[in-house]
Design a protein around this ligand. Sequence first.
Ligand SMILES: [Ca+2]
Ligand SMILES: [Ca+2]
Length: 210
Amino acid sequence: MNRLIPLLCGLSTCLGTAMGTPVRWRTQDGGNGHFYEVIRDRVAGWNDSRQLAISAGGYLATITSAGEQRFVESLLVSAGALSGGYWIGLRETIIEGEYMWITGEPLVFTNWEPGEPNNFLGLENHGHILWTASPSEPTFHRRGHWNDASDDIIYNPAFPDLLRGGYVIESVPSPGAVLGIAWGVVWSSSRNRRGANSCASRCGRAPGPT
Ligand SMILES: [Ca+2]
Ligand SMILES: [Ca+2]
């Protein structure tokens, strides 16, 4: 179910549409335990999206492995993402054509569309995921690949995956939240033990596996 959330007002964009709820890439599935969320935003450029992601408690997603790429693509599918470019935390360094993650993570894994980054018109300095919703659209074959894009170019609508689609937020659970979860587990198991003990006193048997 989609929901509308006010992310931040005062930038050139005010609202983004969260496509579903944040989804955790679980460690038991080979993930990093982080949360990811697709935001639908037809207006925000990379810089605004970056600020909006921070305001939402995360950062533009950094895709540092094939597994993370697969996870983000599965999230775009499950979120029903419409065709468009979805900003990620990829930006050009001071060297033309050289890219980096905004978190400082090494850019080891890449998933560029062949021929990209091409710095079209000399104006492309940020990375997005090319996303095409339907196999009937002409750009479906490059779905999921990365492209360098610009905040300043109005792209040809004949290429629906180049138009602004939104951005992907990645967030790390805070230590407080983890502690809260851990404390909840401790509190719950302690409560269960107390319950078992009180049952033992009531039921006339020692607590143990049943
Ligand atoms: Ca990441
Ligand atoms: Ca490009």
